[in-house]
Design a protein around this ligand. Structure first.
Ligand SMILES: [Zn+2]
Length: 84
């Protein structure tokens, strides 16, 4: 996890997957604009990436998966509840 400045001198959150790099897979990273929402969105993306690509990986952030799924569910409901 690193926090960089983008071209407009705004904070961006950048998360790189060290597991992908260790296994020689294609590099994966999440990139989101700064602010609380950007931070949560970047963390959620990484959490979902881990569960999909590295289900057997020991990662502390997997503890946040239920919360990430809950936020995803709430975002979908906020968009009209199309997923029933
Ligand atoms: Zn990965």
């Amino acid at each position: 996890m690193s926090i960089d400045l983008d071209g407009d001198q705004q904070f961006v959150y950048k998360i790189s997957c060290t597991t992908c790099r260790a296994k020689g897979h294609r590099k994966w990273s999440a990139y989101r604009p700064g602010g609380d929402n950007g931070f949560m969105a970047a963390m959620d993306r990484w959490t979902f990436h881990l569960t999909e690509k590295h289900p057997d990986a020991e990662a502390p952030c997997l503890a946040f998966l239920p919360a990430a799924q809950q936020r995803l569910h709430e975002r979908r409901q906020a968009q009209g509840g199309a997923d029933g």
